[in-house]
Design a protein around this ligand. Structure first.
Ligand SMILES: *[C@@H]1O[C@H](CO)[C@@H](O)[C@H](O)[C@H]1NC(C)=O
Ligand SMILES: *[C@@H]1O[C@H](CO)[C@@H](O)[C@H](O)[C@H]1NC(C)=O
Ligand SMILES: *[C@@H]1O[C@H](CO)[C@@H](O)[C@H](O)[C@H]1NC(C)=O
Ligand SMILES: CC(=O)N[C@H]1CO[C@H](CO)[C@@H](O)[C@@H]1O
Length: 586
């Protein structure tokens, strides 16, 4: 058994895929220590509370606001930070500031409100979904007219792209509109994406096309409903403005149409926001931004603590490890994990060529042009670590030698934090309570079988949740296509026996509870590429019904829904889906 255990630890590491030798060891070592002190119920409870809260909010929220009284404010950011002295949306190198004033460029032709997120409109923006079916909303949410209180800004940042320092990047087609303080006292930053050129557009046209905007809208709202920290999308507006794109970078330029997403986050600052200040030697500004971010978003850090930057860093390391483990738990591959696409708040931002893995494969790459597989799903933890190293580099100028040493030690703990969280989440996905030594082995064994049989990641876990113990025991999977695939593995019976025995040892756990628990963490619906693609094809001819349908389905991913079943969203993907290439240029 020990032999197979070590073999299978490799499979799990493939899922985690950090620095291979070290972590293979690291994994085996932590297994014997008391490293699972947090019970998985913490995670379950948190999700359930959030879901319950979400339901409550829908009923109790105060939607008295009509659009007429909606206001944003830019005061806080403008008072905190210097602004570019130069005006105008022409491309330039910008120094000694955090923002440039930049006015959105209205889209040409008639505008159509393609879809809105009811949850964001009501629960975050305190607006009535009916009130926003107005021409005013179309103008505000597309950049044609400025919201009361808005002084639109483009953010200056830099970043490491594909492993190398890329210099000044910045919001090249996004405009920060202002902060909105909602009826719950939360402060949200509103941003338009696709709203025209800024000083940071480089060679871009400042636009986004329908294709990428639909994906961002659905992707971010779906991630939120899966319980994963993310930016949000309020609305999607499409226009008649022609936008030229070489979709597959093969020289075939196609005329598409411009679209704008109104998106929200508690903060849009990224690792690259700090990096550019450190690289440019603007150390006072670096300190200013750090103090602002800590004061606004890390309330547990004491501003008078001489180690506050170190404490901040350790919190970002921890939260980033958790975020990536959560990505892995739903098979989410971000696709472009550059330091400028990594939030300082460890929320998922910048939905580009992302993808949800279908057949389990640690080498899954959502961006078909990423030939090296730098951002393959199994490498995400490694890339997260790389990005945190770059964050540490940016903090260098404000840390003492001793603090720098401390920060390096914190960084060394990343792999462990990640693996503990990964283990905890996957244990919950298998419905395992308490801790048994063989748990990691059960997880690794399953992933290895999934990889060998190319079983569907989402539906394997879901069907394990839906099958009763009797069904599992009798190995009757005629109605369960993913489990049917998995059961073709020659070690499946052995694994299943172990799994059922493990469950049998859980006292006070009836099968219904197990199923219920598992169904609340294993989604039945994720945004598969083929689903998004089908909705996009219709959206491109102004039929937004499928975008709407997907949005509704994906807001309750853990609940079986009739319309979703009719649409085949939990069925074996259609044949044409296998030939699909992800659209990369956006
Ligand atoms: C709802 O908002 C209105 C206007 O802002 C306020 O007067 C009212 O007290 C609020 N009601 C609740 C239940 O919070
Ligand atoms: C790490 O992050 C998790 C998830 O957000 C949180 O529950 C935990 O308290 C954090 N731990 C530390 C030491 O900050
Ligand atoms: C996809 O990967 C290629 C190769 O690394 C890269 O040049 C391209 O920018 C990536 N696409 C996106 C949208 O990030
Ligand atoms: C999806 C997305 O917004 N990706 C951005 C990530 O960062 C690069 C620069 O590194 C931008 O070009 C992408 O647009």
């Amino acid at each position: 058994m020990l032999g197979i255990r070590c073999l299978l630890a490799c499979a799990l590491v493939a899922g985690a895929d950090l620095d291979k030798d070290r972590n293979l060891l690291g994994f085996c070592e932590t297994a014997d220590q008391d490293c699972h002190s947090h019970d998985d119920t913490v995670w379950d409870n948190k999700r359930q509370t959030n879901a319950a809260r979400a339901r409550l909010d829908v009923n109790s929220a105060n939607h008295t606001h009509q659009l007429g009284s909606f206001r944003v404010s830019c005061k806080k950011l403008l008072e905190a930070f210097p602004v570019d002295e130069v005006d105008g949306n022409f491309v330039r190198t910008v120094k000694n500031c955090i923002f440039s004033k930049s006015t959105p460029t209205p889209l040409k032709g008639s505008l159509t409100l393609a879809t809105v997120s009811k949850n964001v409109i009501e629960d975050i923006l305190d607006l009535d979904v009916n009130a926003i079916q107005s021409d005013d909303f179309l103008q505000y949410a597309s950049g044609s007219k400025l919201l009361p209180g808005s002084i639109p800004l483009a953010h200056r940042y830099g970043g490491h792209q594909f492993g190398y320092w890329a210099g000044q990047l910045g919001d090249g087609r996004a405009h920060f509109l202002g902060q909105y303080t909602n009826s719950k006292g939360e402060i949200w930053e509103l941003q338009l994406k696709g709203s025209g050129k800024t000083p940071y557009s480089r060679s871009g046209d400042g636009r986004a096309v329908i294709r990428s905007s639909v994906r961002e809208f659905l992707g971010s709202e779906a991630m939120h409903s899966l319980g994963i920290p993310t930016s949000r999308a309020a609305s999607l507006i499409v226009s008649e403005e022609p936008v030229l794109r070489d979709q597959f970078y093969n020289g075939k330029v196609k005329k598409e149409r411009g679209a704008v997403v109104l998106r929200l986050a508690k903060s849009w600052f990224r690792i690259g926001s700090l990096e550019i200040l450190a690289q440019a030697g603007e150390i006072d500004l670096l300190r200013k931004m750090l103090d602002f971010v800590i004061a606004e978003h890390f309330p547990s850090v004491n501003m008078n603590d001489p180690d506050k930057y170190l404490v901040f860093f350790s919190m970002v390391v921890n939260e980033t490890a958790h975020m990536i483990a959560q990505w892995m738990s739903v098979g989410f591959a971000h696709g472009v994990c550059n330091t400028d696409n990594f939030s300082l708040l460890s929320i998922t931002i910048d939905y580009g060529p992302f993808g949800f893995m279908e057949s389990y494969d640690p080498n899954f790459i959502p961006n078909t042009s990423d030939d090296e597989g730098r951002y393959r799903i199994g490498a995400q933890a490694n890339v997260g670590l790389f990005n945190l190293e770059k964050l540490l580099g940016a903090l260098g100028p404000v840390l003492t030698v001793k603090q720098l040493q401390g920060a390096k030690t914190v960084l060394k703990g990343f792999a462990d934090l990640y693996q503990k969280r990964f283990h905890q989440i996957f244990k919950a996905k298998l419905g395992l309570r308490g801790d048994e030594e063989e748990d990691e082995y059960l997880i690794a064994y399953l992933l290895k079988m999934m990889e060998d049989t190319r079983s569907d990641f989402t539906m394997t876990f879901r069907q394990l949740s839906e099958a009763s113990v009797q069904q599992l025991d009798s190995r009757d999977f005629t109605q369960m296509w993913a489990l049917n695939d998995l059961s073709s593995h020659n070690l499946f019976s052995e694994w299943l026996s172990m799994y059922l025995l493990r469950h049998g040892r859980q006292d006070d756990d009836c099968d219904e509870d197990r199923q219920h628990r598992m169904k609340s963490v294993n989604p039945r619906y994720v945004v598969r590429n083929w689903m998004a693609e089908s909705a996009i094809r219709k959206a491109e001819v102004n039929d937004f019904s499928e975008v709407e349908l997907l949005y509704h389905v994906l807001t309750s991913p853990y609940i079986t829904q009739e319309t979703a079943e009719e649409a085949g969203y939990a069925a074996r993907p259609p044949l044409w889906a296998q030939r699909l290439k992800v659209s990369c240029s956006s």
